[in-house]
Design a protein. Structure first.
Length: 72
């Protein structure tokens, strides 16, 4: 990722994120959109595909911990 900070960026879930699952999100970064492996930031929540999320932590190169950006 170089000098780009992922924390605070918004993305959209493309594969269910939840405990015991390796989810997937797409995030706009570096002038494009990239896919990352994703886990729930709180370790317990389940986030369904299509949900807008915020990156809470980034583990290079392609893993992020996310939380739903809006209450549903």
């Amino acid at each position: 990722m170089g000098d780009v900070s992922m924390v605070g960026l918004m993305g959209r879930v493309t594969g269910t994120v939840g405990p015991g699952l390796v989810g997937e999100v797409i995030v706009r970064v570096r002038g494009g959109a990239e896919h990352f492996l994703a886990y729930p930031a709180d370790g317990t929540g389940r986030i369904e595909p299509g949900t807008v999320v915020m990156v809470m932590e980034h583990l290079p190169p392609r893993t992020v911990y996310v939380t739903a950006a809006y209450d549903s």
